[in-house]
Design a protein. Structure first.
Length: 472
């Protein structure tokens, strides 16, 4: 069976890719916007087509000869995501029909259309409708609500709130009912959908027991061994709640707002097709899902995170703008007496719990200021304390390039009036560390000159600290 996986770098896609590669008799093709994000193992084991869903030629190449295609695409970070997602789904189903694909499997969100339905959910529903509109291609539309797993946005929000605040202020929305599901169960439903014997379109709602969000908070506290108290504040608006989440959890204000907007209405199952068509899957309970997620985090086994894929660095407008940077802080040091592999390993350990080699309090302060202005701050940390991969988030940076033992390039995602990069390069016997800045207008220039004295200490010290740590 030839299977196409789209959204392979996303939260669900990365986990599904692993599971698909373990299946016998399944030939996996991956459709990604940038090949660099794939590990050598994935490149060796699957066929890869590069492109996006707005490029019909690339889509045709991807869907040619495919039996079943997974559609795991969405672009929440873009302003006009609703229109983009609709167009993306339409292109996909048109080309799938042209290529005689038999089945499309789409994972969307639980919920119904009414006056309270959030923009985000509406867009997910519209995508499902478009994908189900073909007479030639069958669509299995799996619908999940709150997904609980290590690195999932919902779990990270609940975990961070519960861990950090003993007295949880709870707005009205914590009484809304939801039907959470473990990420492993989601993957099981998606895999089982490959073999389902059914030839008509089907909408399958999945989830475990219904419960309000406040119950999820209390059960998470129990799983973490913490005692927490809920203080109801029913008048807390969506706006204040979003700022609250932005400050205390890793999600930036834009994601917090989209998620809270979705909490106005219930996200519960509308059909029993999961039980009817997938009788062999019994979803984990909420607390089991939380315990599994905590264990994965403790064992440094997080496969994917909500912040893994946001498309920023694959954006065509991003391009080679690093070459246009107006300001550059460059530090160089001789490393002829050092083990270069160890230096590179040290560089790859940057950020998260490992810190930024020195002056960590200044990085924490910068992260806090970023959060106050609605940015991502430092809370995203690292997915893995040793390994980095292209495309993933790292504190308030995103990994843009890794050339083994030669180069690490990070793109700044903090609130900054311009575009900024931090690069580490090993060239012969020299370690070169460069901070690039492409300012936007007068504010950008002012920002660079204001921080120049601080940068002088941070960057000068950083390159020396890397050498020291590489021999410690
Ligand atoms: N995660 C959850 O908690 C959750 C809950 C319920 C339902 N779902 C549903 O599950 C599906 C997958 O969600 P997710 O959380 O895994 O998404 P995600 O982490 O945001 O990943 C989205 C993926 O879409 C890709 N993409 C975006 N625009 C594209 C385009 N134009 N062409 C090609 N690829 C494009 C991205 O590729 P790049 O890597 O190139 O950026 C990325 O791999 C969505 O339909 C979502 O509604 C998710």
């Amino acid at each position: 069976m030839k299977v196409l996986l789209t959204g392979a770098n996303g939260y669900i896609g990365r986990r599904l890719k692993r599971a698909l590669l373990d299946l016998d008799g399944v030939d996996v093709r991956i459709f990604v916007r940038n090949k660099k994000t794939l590990s050598q193992k994935a490149l060796d084991r699957c066929e890869v087509v590069e492109g996006d869903t707005f490029d019909k030629e690339a889509l045709e190449k991807a869907l040619e000869g495919v039996d079943t295609a997974y559609y795991l695409i969405h672009s929440l970070n873009k302003k006009n995501y609703k229109e983009l997602d609709k167009l993306s789904a339409q292109n996909f189903i048109d080309i799938a029909s042209k290529c005689k694909v038999k089945r499309v499997i789409y994972l969307g969100g639980l919920g119904v259309k009414n006056e309270d339905t959030s923009e985000h959910l509406l867009s997910r529903l519209e995508t499902g409708e478009v994908l189900s509109s073909s007479d030639n291609v069958q669509t299995l539309w799996i619908r999940a609500g709150v997904i609980i797993g290590s690195g999932s946005a919902s779990f990270e929000i609940i975990r961070n709130l519960v861990e950090k605040i003993p007295f949880l202020i709870t707005p009205k929305w914590v009484d809304t009912l939801a039907q959470p599901i473990a990420v492993d169960d989601v993957i099981n439903y998606l895999l089982a959908s490959l073999y389902l014997e059914h030839n008509k379109n089907l909408v399958v709602d999945i989830g475990s027991k219904k419960m309000p969000y406040k119950e999820m908070m209390l059960q998470t506290a129990t799983a973490l061994g913490l005692k927490r108290y809920l203080i109801p504040v029913p008048f807390m608006s969506i706006n204040i709640s979003s700022h609250w989440l932005n400050l205390f959890t890793p999600v930036p204000i834009s994601v917090a707002r989209a998620l809270i907007d979705g909490l106005k209405s219930e996200v519960v199952m509308q059909n029993d097709n999961a039980q009817k068509y997938y009788p062999n899957i019994t979803p984990l309970s909420y607390i089991q899902a939380v315990e599994k997620a905590i264990l994965e985090i403790e064992q440094n086994q997080v496969i994917s995170r909500w912040s893994d894929a946001d498309g920023t660095i694959w954006d065509k407008t991003h391009g080679d703008q690093i070459n246009d940077a107006i300001f550059v802080d460059r530090q160089e040091t001789d490393i002829s007496a050092y083990d270069k592999e160890k230096i590179f390993k040290t560089i790859l350990s940057i950020g998260g719990e490992n810190g930024w080699f020195n002056y960590d309090f200044l990085w924490v302060m910068r992260g806090f200021i970023d959060k106050i202005f609605g940015g991502v701050g430092l809370r995203r940390g690292r997915r893995d304390q040793h390994e980095l991969r292209v495309g993933e988030s790292l504190d308030f940076w995103r990994v843009e390039d890794i050339v083994e033992n030669e180069r690490l390039l990070l793109f700044a995602q903090m609130q900054v009036p311009g575009l900024a990069w931090l690069e580490f390069k090993i060239k012969g016997d020299t370690l070169i560390q460069s901070a690039y800045f492409y300012p936007k207008g007068l504010w950008g220039r002012l920002y660079w000159y204001t921080l120049k004295p601080l940068h002088y200490f941070i960057f000068k010290n950083m390159i020396q600290s890397i050498l020291k740590r590489s021999v410690s």
